[in-house]
Write a protein that binds this ligand. Structure first.
Ligand SMILES: [Zn+2]
Ligand SMILES: [Zn+2]
Length: 454
């Protein structure tokens, strides 16, 4: 063993008056001594330094100065069996489906502070955090007995083990002599019952992580909002104006899929994240718009998405369609939102003009390229007022009659098409109205393609 490590270990034993458990002793050198766990590391150090083992039974009135014997107690088969049973009971009660889990734990703050204090005193090099030790030890045990896998990045559930009432003395003050005295007094009274009941002070809670399903949606009819829209009057509580539904519109792209998926996953709450959105009166055609549906606290997650896709498309009766459903990781929820400005969108607009226009006059619209668009009046209440520069990539027109034409336009994401046509009282420049020198409005609009160029 490295002489530097030896010196530090000797110091640690000295400043704790020898009251240090093997878990804590080994933990301080977790990065420098090769062993399968911290307890083994502690034993190696003791035999190297020729120091007797820290005996719990004889020293019970003087617990480990660092963890107050938390690590010894949590590593007994009694504790682990108890935690396993608690976890199993909760899972059975919830009828929970999961494949991966993660352990989280809560321990008294005083122990964490104390642990850090000793790290400083001996200048430990990358010692293992006490919680990490506990989480790993419980995680390994549950992994074996539940036949499920620990996953640090994207687990289905988190098992929260609360050990704040678990330690022997559970005292927040640092006066250890006082602790020892009370502990001795207690031990003399009823040693046995105290030893048996500490395990039951562990609390276990299961946190179910959300499920994320990505796909693309089509909206084949107008006047369906993308997401659930609460009634303006009652804010969702239900009133006469909304016929006690709490909603402005009875259906949405969100609800036409989530109503089914919530049932299948035995969940109650979902959130719909779209890669941008179209106005309520705009159809979404072509290959559709990407979205992520987030299902909170799903009890079932082993779903057949092909089957569910069919069910959902039956249910929405062609008003909306959902394609390419797949499970994704949480990060897609954020990615899909930020990707919106990087996507190019192709629209088909039906334009109506106040005065007659000719096919030749429409040719001038080819000059539309960089558009300076100040936040449109109709969205200024929810978006900051500024001028955005957006590019028109391609444009074609087809005259339908002297006062109306169809325009197909491919633009950078975030350009408002209705205002590109009307000019929005001079806030969008240049505009179709400007170039044609006649007031023009967008009568109908469809998104016919949403495509990422990156
Ligand atoms: Zn300890
Ligand atoms: Zn209402």
């Amino acid at each position: 063993m490295d002489s530097n490590i030896k010196l530090k270990a000797e110091k640690l034993i000295k400043i704790t008056n020898g009251n240090i458990c093997n878990h804590c002793l080994g933990r301080k050198f977790s990065d420098s001594i090769e062993a399968s766990n911290n307890e083994e590391r502690g034993q190696i150090i003791r035999s190297e330094l020729n120091i007797e083992n820290f005996d719990l039974s004889e020293n019970s009135y003087q617990p480990c100065e660092i963890c107050e014997n938390l690590l010894i107690k949590i590593n007994t088969s009694q504790s682990k069996e108890y935690i396993l049973k608690k976890v199993e009971d909760k899972i059975n009660f919830l009828e929970l489906e999961y494949d991966t889990f993660l352990i989280g734990s809560k321990i008294p703050k005083s122990i964490i502070e104390n642990d850090e204090k000793f790290n400083e005193l001996i200048q430990a090099e990358e010692p293992e955090n006490i919680k990490k030790d506990i989480n790993r030890s419980i995680g390994e045990y549950l992994e074996k007995h539940l036949q499920k896998e620990v996953n640090f990045k994207d687990s289905d559930v988190v098992m929260l083990i609360d050990l704040r009432n678990f330690t022997a003395n559970n005292s927040k003050n640092k006066d250890y002599t006082k602790d020892i005295k009370t502990s001795v007094a207690k031990n003399q009274k009823n040693n046995d019952s105290q030893e048996n009941s500490y395990v039951e002070k562990v609390k276990v809670r299961i946190q179910i992580n959300p499920l994320f399903i990505e796909g693309r949606y089509l909206k084949n009819v107008r006047n369906i909002p993308q997401t659930k829209w609460p009634c303006r009057k009652c804010k969702g509580k239900g009133c006469e104006a909304c016929n006690f539904t709490g909603k402005m519109y009875q259906e949405s792209v969100e609800e036409l899929i989530s109503n089914i998926v919530l049932k299948e996953t035995k969940s109650r709450i979902s959130k719909f994240h779209g890669a941008g959105r179209e106005d309520i009166d705009v159809r979404m055609l072509g290959s559709g718009r990407p979205f992520v549906l987030e299902i909170k606290e799903p009890k079932k997650r082993n779903l057949d998405l092909d089957k569910i896709g069919k069910k959902v498309n039956d249910y929405s009766k062609g008003k909306t369609e959902y394609h390419d459903l797949k499970f994704v990781e949480k990060i897609r929820k954020a990615e899909i939102k930020v990707s919106s400005p990087d996507t190019f969108k192709t629209y088909r607009a039906l334009v109506e003009c106040e005065e007659n226009v000719s096919k030749e006059e429409l040719a001038i619209l080819q000059s539309l390229n960089i558009i300076n668009q100040r936040t449109p009046q109709r969205v200024s209440h929810r978006r900051s007022d500024k001028i955005r520069k957006k590019e028109v990539k391609e444009l074609s027109t087809k005259l339908l009659n002297p006062k109306s034409f169809e325009m197909i336009v491919k633009t950078e994401g975030g350009l408002y098409i209705k205002e590109l046509i009307s000019g929005d009282d001079g806030r969008t420049k240049p505009s179709v109205s400007d170039l044609l020198k006649t007031k023009s409005i967008c009568k109908q609009l469809d998104v016919i393609e949403v495509a990422s160029e990156k």
